[in-house]
Design a binder for this molecule. Structure first.
Ligand SMILES: *Cc1c(COP(=O)(O)O)cnc(C)c1O
Length: 403
C-alpha cells in the first residue's frame, strides 16, 4: 500500500519539490522539460493502482520481498540492547537498491522509454540497474568515474555480463559526482528514448521524492513486522546508514509518524548532515561538505557506497526539524561491528550497514534496555576481500581506511 500525503512528517514535498527549505529543482533550462515530464509520469503512475500492484508483484516475485525481520538474540544479550534487523541484504542483488531500480525501470517502460542511463560510484547501483534493464529488455548505459572503474573491476564485469555498457566519466575527479554529470548530459540529449535511473534520494525534484516512495516498502513492511513481534509496539529507535540516504529514507518513512526515534549514521569522513553546510549540488539544495571557498570536498570512507559528500534533501530537512538525528562513526568502529555481527549472528553485513551497528555498539549505554531496529541494507560478500586485505595489512587496502 502506498501512503502519500502532506500531513505525514515524510509526506509529499511542496509543489516546487521542497522538503522545508531543502530540495527543489536547480537545473539548467535544457533539463527542465525532462524533469517535468518525469514528475508528471511518476505522479500518474503512483496514483494508478495497477502500476503500484505490478511494482509490488515484481518486488515479491523477482526481488524476493517481503524481507524478514530477524531478532539478534546473541548480539542483544552481549550489548544489553534488543536488536532487530530488517533484512534488505536478502533481496535479489543483495541490497535495498533493487526496490528503487525496479520502480524506475517499470516507470520507464510505462513512459515508452527503451533506454536506461544510470550513474554508479562503487558499482552497486550500476549492477542493480543493469539487472532490472536485463529483466525488462531495455538498453542500459552506466556512467562510472574512470577511477572507480579501475577500483571496482568485478562490478564492471558484472554489469557487462548483464548486458550493460559501462562508459567512463573522464572529467573532474573521475568519480561518482562526475558520473552523475555525464548521465544527466546523456539524458538531456536523448530524452525522447531515454530514462535516467538515479541511485539515491538525491538530484532534482522529483527524484528525492520518487526514490523514497519506491523504498517506502521497507518501512511499511518493517512497521507491520515489528508490531507483530512487539505486541503492537514499534521499536524505540530505528537506525540506518546514510550515504545519499535512500535506505534510511525507506525505513524512516514507515516510522516517521510514530514515536520511534530515528537515527541516521554517516561515515566520519563523509558526514554531510553532521558537518556539512547548505549548498546546491546535482540539482537540489541540501547539506554538503564544502571547504571555506564553497568547493565541494571529497568524502572518505572505508565503504565505497557511502563515499559521497552530499546527502538527500529530505534528511537535511528531518535534521532541521529535529525529527531525525545524524551520528558519525569511524572506519575502525565499522570494521569491529562488521566482525561482531558475523560472529554473533552468522550474518556478514555490507560495510555500509555496519556503520549503523557501529553506532549502536558505541551508544549501547544510552540504548540499554531499548529495542532498536537496524536496516541491514546489504550483504557483505562484496566487501569480504577488502576486509581481508585490510586485516592482512595490505598497503593499498589500508589506504581505504581513514587515517
Ligand atoms: C548503495 C548502498 C548504500 C548507500 O546508499 P543510500 O542511498 O544511503 O542507502 C547503503 N547500503 C548498501 C548495502 C548499499 O549498497
Amino acid at each position: 500500500m502506498t501512503i502519500t500525503n502532506s500531513s505525514s512528517v515524510m509526506g509529499d514535498p511542496d509543489t516546487s519539490g521542497r522538503f522545508g527549505q531543502f530540495g527543489g529543482r536547480y537545473v539548467p533550462e535544457t533539463l527542465m522539460p525532462a524533469c517535468l515530464e518525469l514528475e508528471q509520469a511518476f505522479k500518474n503512475a503512483w496514483a494508478d493502482p495497477s502500476f503500484v500492484k505490478e511494482f509490488h508483484e515484481l518486488l515479491n516475485g523477482y526481488g524476493g520481498r517481503p524481507s524478514p525481520v530477524t531478532e539478534c538474540h546473541r548480539l542483544s544479550e552481549q550489548l544489553g540492547v534488543r536488536i532487530l534487523l530488517k533484512r534488505e541484504d536478502l533481496n535479489h542483488t543483495g541490497s535495498h537498491k533493487i526496490n528503487n531500480v525496479m520502480g524506475q525501470t517499470l516507470l520507464a517502460k510505462r513512459m515508452g522509454k527503451t533506454r536506461i542511463v544510470a550513474e554508479t560510484g562503487a558499482g552497486q547501483h550500476g549492477v542493480a540497474t543493469a539487472t532490472a534493464a536485463a529483466f525488462f529488455g531495455q538498453e542500459c548505459v552506466v556512467y562510472m568515474g574512470e577511477v572507480d572503474i579501475e577500483r571496482q573491476k568485478l562490478n564492471v564485469f558484472r554489469m557487462e555480463l548483464l548486458g550493460a555498457e559501462v562508459r567512463p566519466a573522464l572529467s573532474g575527479s573521475r568519480t561518482l559526482k562526475d558520473a552523475v554529470n555525464e548521465a544527466m548530459r546523456d539524458w538531456v540529449s536523448t530524452v525522447e528514448s531515454t530514462f535516467y535511473c538515479l541511485g539515491s534520494v538525491m538530484g532534482p525534484h522529483p527524484y528525492p521524492w520518487m526514490v523514497r516512495e519506491f523504498h517506502r516498502v521497507i518501512g511499511n513492511e518493517a512497521n507491520a513486522q515489528c508490531k507483530e513481534l512487539l505486541g503492537g509496539d514499534v521499536p524505540d529507535v530505528v537506525v540506518a546508514c546514510v550515504g545519499g540516504g535512500s535506505n534510511a529514507a525507506g525505513i524512516f518513512s514507515g516510522f516517521a509518524d510514530t514515536d520511534a526515534e530515528l537515527v541516521g549514521v554517516e561515515p566520519a569522513g563523509g558526514a554531510a548532515v553532521g558537518s556539512g553546510i547548505p549548498g546546491v549540488v546535482h540539482g537540489s539544495k541540501s547539506y554538503l561538505m564544502q571547504d571555506e571557498a564553497g568547493q565541494v570536498q571529497e568524502a572518505h570512507s572505508v565503504s565505497a557506497g557511502l563515499d559521497y559528500p552530499g546527502v538527500g534533501p529530505e534528511h537535511a530537512h528531518l535534521a532541521d526539524i529535529g525529527r531525525a538525528r545524524y551520528e558519525a562513526v569511524n572506519d575502525t568502529q565499522v570494521l569491529e561491528a562488521f566482525e561482531m555481527l558475523a560472529r554473533t549472528e552468522g550474518i556478514i553485513p555490507a560495510l555500509e550497514p555496519a556503520h549503523g551497528l557501529a553506532w549502536i555498539i558505541a551508544a549501547a549505554k544510552e540504548l540499554a534496555g531499548k529495542t532498536v531496529l537496524l536496516n541491514m541494507s546489504g550483504r557483505g560478500d562484496k566487501d569480504v576481500a577488502q576486509v581481508q586485505a585490510i586485516k592482512a595489512g595490505d598497503p593499498v587496502a589500508l589506504k581505504t581506511m581513514r587515517p
